[in-house]
Write a protein that binds this ligand. Structure first.
Ligand code: NAD
Ligand code: DAU
Length: 353
């Protein structure tokens, strides 16, 4: 086989003219991905399998719901019979469905184990019965490595997750590997860093702080605010998923980050400054239990495959803040839904004072 910089050349495969299953397509990354793929490939057809948990929202996909190349199925990835009827119809899978919020996993880990680990298991088992599937992208997370103060994790480093969320994701990540090795299934693992962009559920840091600031509420900054995340614009993540769908080989693992390491306090300041609100809105609160200090991953492997981030954090964050400013109906409906939306700080710490 021909070699390029020590790596085998891979054939380009592509989703155009094929059927792709996206699990969790009504969530933040999923809805951005569905829209992005429909726009990029004129003949791709997409099935979105989503349970519509609190985080799933069909409003995220209003603009594509009438597209004849898009099909929505409301269902649970843990439903073995349902999943077994869908997989034989598709060429590829992008598996995003998961419980995703670290703070919620600290309050109650059960659904994380059931969806992130068991749900992934159900999909992998169904994949064994669908030999026509050529590409299965398992979206893991950079959190599976755990935290480190210096240096970067490579794809070969051991997984040392710290939260019930990241431990559940690590369980699924290792099952993905096992099903590739044991059964030769065409699974490729992605470990992306913190995504940001439009349609992110406003319990997560950037949309929470942006929408709270717009409402004039205080912004609960955990601990000393010096924790570092490496921010990846969701469209850059979509481009990475697309590239790996076309060029990833079964069993490969790819870190995906954009080298935008920024301490939380700095992100918070940029948000309030852009909105013209006082920095005094930012209030430090007790730290998240087990709070990972820094996520940092080495992305040389996906660079070699041909991916580079295209959105700088400056322009991506500014555009994201503008998007929430311009779409109050979207996030207010979520925040007001049954009056139940509260930040983790509200539900966890205030009750314990
Ligand atoms: P999200 O919480 O916004 O959306 C998750 C979606 O999955 C929702 O639409 C929800 O209804 C659906 N879902 C949950 N349980 C389900 C089930 N049992 N069956 C079917 N559908 C179900 O999540 P997100 O931020 O878009 O993340 C998507 C994926 O990417 C997750 O696997 C997450 O671990 C991973 N990831 C996210 C980030 C990030 O910063 N957002 C970074 C790295 C990896
Ligand atoms: O790194 C990838 C992961 O990024 C994904 O796998 C997860 O699904 C996603 O939720 C995200 O996890 P984080 O815990 O890093 O994201 P979150 O938005 O919850 O928090 C980002 C940082 O901001 C973190 O250091 C905690 C801090 N934070 C968060 C909230 C919600 C605050 O200081 N205050 C807050 O109210």
């Amino acid at each position: 086989m021909a070699e390029a910089e020590g790596r085998p050349l891979r054939p380009e495969r592509g989703p155009d003219g094929r059927v792709l299953l996206v699990t969790g397509g009504a969530g933040f990354i999923g809805s951005n991905l569905v829209r992005w793929l429909l726009a990029r490939y004129p003949e791709v057809r997409i099935i979105n399998l989503d349970k519509l948990t609190y985080a799933g929202n069909l409003e995220n996909l209003r603009d594509v719901e009438a597209n004849p190349r898009y099909e929505f199925i409301r269902g649970d990835i843990r439903d073995r019979d349902l999943v077994r009827t869908i997989l034989p119809r598709v060429w590829g899978v992008v598996h995003l469905a998961a419980e995703t919020h670290v703070d919620r996993s600290i309050l109650d880990a059960g659904e994380f184990v059931l969806t992130d680990v068991y749900g992934s298991f159900v999909l992998f088992e169904a994949l064994r019965l669908a030999p026509q599937v050529e590409a299965f992208i398992h979206v893991s997370t950079d959190e599976v490595y755990g935290s480190r103060e210096e240096g970067f994790f490579s794809e070969e480093d051991p997984l040392e997750p710290s939260s019930p969320y990241s431990a559940s994701k690590a369980g699924a990540d290792r099952l993905a590997r096992a099903y590739n090795i044991t059964y030769g299934l065409p699974i490729v693992i992605l470990r992306p860093s913190n995504n940001y962009g439009p349609f992110q559920y406003p319990e997560k840091f950037i949309p929470l702080f942006t929408t709270h600031a717009l409402e004039g509420r205080t912004l609960p900054l955990y601990g000393d605010g010096r924790q570092v995340r490496d921010w990846l614009h969701v469209e850059d993540h979509c481009r990475a998923i697309d590239l790996v769908l076309r060029r990833g080989l079964p069993g490969e693992v790819f870190n995906v980050a954009a080298n935008n390491e920024v301490p939380n306090i700095e992100v918070a300041r940029r948000i309030v400054n852009q909105l013209g609100r006082p920095e005094s809105l930012i209030k430090t609160v007790p730290d998240r239990p087990g709070h990972d200090r820094r996520y940092a991953i080495d992305c040389r492997r996906i660079h070699e495959l041909g991916w580079r981030p295209e959105v700088s954090f400056e322009e991506g964050l500014a555009a994201t803040v503008r998007w929430y400013e311009a779409h109050p109906a979207w996030w207010k409906a979520i925040k007001e839904k049954s009056g139940e939306f509260k930040s983790f700080y509200d539900t966890y710490y205030k009750d314990r004072r």
